[in-house]
Design a protein around this ligand. Structure first.
Ligand code: ZN
Length: 253
């Protein structure tokens, strides 16, 4: 006896770029042979659960654990932080969200640290190691690897869309409402440590002669010990911060 049944899904436009070829219209159907969670059905089309803000089945809002029934009609909507309650099925980021990114996003990580955002760069280990660090540190996962985002253990994550690093920063700032939470130049871009004001006298033997002569205000990373001052890159970095503040305005969405 066959117990196969069909379910029908509609993905709203913002999610359609995730869909596999042949499904890009956003309207799809799937044949199931046993009770399956709506999370698994949604992800079978290429959309990680971390990108889903709301799921309605036959007009009723449901959670990821909902088990599909014959003939179910499902509408899948994205996270939309610009609207009230827009996180929906996703946890709200909280006041000081911390992030973890995979090794392919090293440039994004450095830029996020310049903005003072706590961001760990994971490299050189297995996916399992990455996910353990994410969970233990209660960090939000940033990656372009959709398979990684589909793990059940991932409570909060974001699939980076753009290949341009500035746009990537803006994506994260918008998604997690970070524009008002940035503390530029408070973290070490190299290691994510915190920067503290340092006494120049105590650093004299570590400074090059010209640096010693022309600069007075220094910061020290409390983790790797690297010294920072407002040098030749400062204007470039300050215009980057200003551009993020202007370019990541919600009104532009
Ligand atoms: Zn450091």
């Amino acid at each position: 006896m066959s117990d196969k049944f069909n379910v029908y899904l509609e993905f709203t436009p913002a999610l359609r770029f995730f869909l596999h070829q042949g499904c890009k219209s956003g309207t799809v159907q799937k044949q199931l042979s046993h009770a399956t969670s709506v999370k698994d059905v949604v992800e079978s089309f290429g959309v990680p659960h971390t990108e889903v803000g709301k799921i309605k089945v036959n007009g009723e809002t449901v959670g990821f654990g909902y088990h599909m029934s014959p003939g179910d009609r499902v509408t899948v909507s994205p996270v939309d932080p610009a609207s009230f309650g827009g996180f929906g099925l996703q946890p709200e980021p909280g006041d000081n969200p911390a992030f973890i990114a995979d090794e392919h996003l090293a440039k994004l990580v450095r830029r996020m640290r310049v903005l003072g955002l706590d961001t760990h760069l994971f490299s050189g280990g297995s996916d399992r190691d990455l996910l353990a660090l994410m969970q233990n540190g209660n960090r939000i996962l940033l990656t372009r690897d959709r398979r990684l985002l589909m793990h059940n253990i991932v409570r909060s994550g974001y699939c980076i869309r753009s290949s341009d690093v500035f746009q990537q920063v803006c994506e994260v700032v918008r998604r997690y409402c970070l524009a008002g939470r940035m503390q530029p130049f408070s973290r070490c871009p190299s290691c994510n440590g915190k920067l503290e004001v340092a006494d120049k006298i105590s650093l004299l033997n570590r400074l090059e002669p010209k640096t010693r002569r022309y600069y007075w205000n220094f910061f020290l990373c409390d983790s790797c010990g690297k010294i920072f001052w407002r040098g030749s890159h400062a204007e470039k970095l300050e215009s980057f911060v200003a551009a993020v503040r202007e370019g990541c305005n919600y009104s532009e969405l």
